[in-house]
Design a protein around this ligand. Structure first.
Ligand code: SAM
Length: 255
């Protein structure tokens, strides 16, 4: 079992990793290791809610959207959900772990997806190219979420939509720390996920990362604020399944 200290060492206020290069290396190595098990464990650990959350994000896309960039695409399920919902005509799936992207091949709809190996913090695309940009459980893994938002804004066309699905840090709750409606589910995840990860994928460290990284990332409200500061308009937050996950979105302004 390998611990992943580089991933956890980040500034709680900004979400920035203390050592971005070491963080990226550790994230890539972790996803390469678990790529074979990723889809199955996602569905199992979320009781299939992950599928519903992706469908919800896809349903938010403007009808008639043509080019969708699926960032931190992993095995491609969010881009595929956009295609299945009839809300995207073409998807470009970008990820810096080729082993994850390789799992996309053969899935229904995958022929309308172009897989591109690339870093979300330095995208290999020209400015203002994408009609919409979706990110499923990816921004929490970035070494610098502010730099990530800047890069997303750069490649989106003016008026283009951004939709981010994520497990954010729990918001402070009036009833006290760790007392929100999703707190029991999060507690259960923190105990259960590493055990299931060890049994099903033989990788307790990677599956300890999931609950731990939620607590070390920004809250949904802080991420909404970050997007607004980085120039996104119409920024919103939608709670999913009592706040276990959130959908945060906005648009690159027309002007
Ligand atoms: C939790 S998986 C999410 C996969 C998929 N989007 C989903 O909905 O299940 C996170 C993915 O982000 C990718 N990733 C993390 N940091 C990245 C970066 N800087 N650039 C590109 N991909 C990155 C990882 O390789 C991994 O495949």
């Amino acid at each position: 079992m390998t611990r992943l200290p580089a991933i956890h060492d980040r500034d709680l206020a900004t979400g920035r990793a203390a050592d971005p290069a070491a963080h990226a290396r550790a994230v890539r190595a972790m996803f390469a290791r678990i790529s074979r098990h990723y889809d199955r464990l996602n569905h199992l650990l979320s009781w299939n809610c992950d599928r519903r959350w992706r469908r919800r994000a896809a349903a938010r896309l403007d009808p008639g959207t043509v080019w969708v960039l699926d960032l931190c695409a992993g095995t491609g399920d969010l881009g595929l959900a956009c295609l299945a919902a009839g809300r995207a005509r073409q998807v470009v799936a970008v990820d810096f772990t080729p082993q994850m992207l390789a799992r996309l091949a053969g899935k229904p709809g995958a022929t309308a997806v172009r897989a591109v190996a690339g870093d979300a913090l330095c995208l290999p695309f020209r400015d203002a190219w994408a009609d919409a940009l979706v990110v499923g459980f990816g921004v929490r893994n970035l070494a610098d979420p502010t730099a990530g938002a800047r890069e997303m804004r750069r490649v989106l066309r003016p008026g283009g939509q951004l939709l981010v699905l994520e497990f954010f840090r729990a918001e402070a709750h009036a009833a006290g720390p760790g007392r929100g409606p999703a707190a029991p589910v999060r507690k259960l995840l923190a105990g259960l996920v590493p055990c299931v990860g060890r049994l099903a994928a033989g990788d307790r460290a990677a599956y300890t990362y999931l609950p731990e990284s939620m607590d070390r990332f920004l809250s949904a409200a802080a991420y909404r604020e970050l997007l607004a500061q980085e120039g996104f308009a119409d920024v919103f937050v939608e709670r999913l399944t009592l706040g276990v996950a959130h959908l945060v979105g906005g648009r690159r302004p027309l002007a």
